[in-house]
Design a binder for this molecule. Sequence first.
Ligand SMILES: [Ca+2]
Length: 300
Amino acid sequence: MRHSWILLVLSAAACVAADRPGTAPIEHQPHAGVPAGFAIRHPVDGAEMVWVPAGWFRMGMDKDTAVRQAAQLGYADYHEIAGEESFPERLVHVQGFYIDRCEVTFARWKRFVDAMSWKPTTIPPSWVGPELKSEEAELPIASVTWQAAQEYANWAGKQLPSEAMWEKSARGTDGRWYPWGNELPNRELGVISMTDALPGPQPVGSCPKGASPYGCLDMAGNVYEWTSDWKEPYPNNPEVTGEWGHRWAALRGGSFYHTRHSYRTVKRFGFPADVTYFHVGMRTAWYPPDDFDHQAHAAK
Ligand SMILES: [Ca+2]
């Protein structure tokens, strides 16, 4: 009996030690051998998805980083870029998952609509009817409400990424400010607006130089992307201001329509879940089943 207790205590101690940031937590990891960025075709919606391995990453930012990011963008005060909404920086652990390499396109959205015996509760006003114009096929779907985005994800057997999943997909594990590094955005890196001239949405994946560490494209710009989370203060945020709570769903990544500070990987944005605009789209994430054959679904 005494021996059993010693084993139990040792085992518990090992669990605690291994669950600290920077170490591998003891957990069920059926996909541990899948390399970062491994690409598959999703079996339902056919989207190319890339693998983000399980592990810790730096999420959010601290005040010093906010000051430096504001300065890089030409602002004297980090409150002008809502830097405090991303406080504090901390290590967050996520399970391994796949995420769409690109935003959901008109072509994929049409597959969803065609496959449904009922129609989504909302259909983007930009939807043109039963026939998809060829020039629209690879544009990102836009004017999508949070509910409609959830409906697409449910149909595909996937989900919207949480803010943590989205942020890790965009910045990897080195705390970078933008998907490509710390260099300021430009039109080679993303479909962005750094001036008053708006580029309008572009076909997804048109800025390969702006790829994230896992190969995700358009995570800065093109269309804003819904996450599965409500926009609420992060735990231990020392500057909780404004109105928070279950009022806004969180969006990430900025859009062709947004201001120059919206393209940072830590930037959070929110809209009421039943509201949308012409620059709001989505991408999906997916936890594959334990017996998923990654190689059999590898993207060609
Ligand atoms: Ca985007």
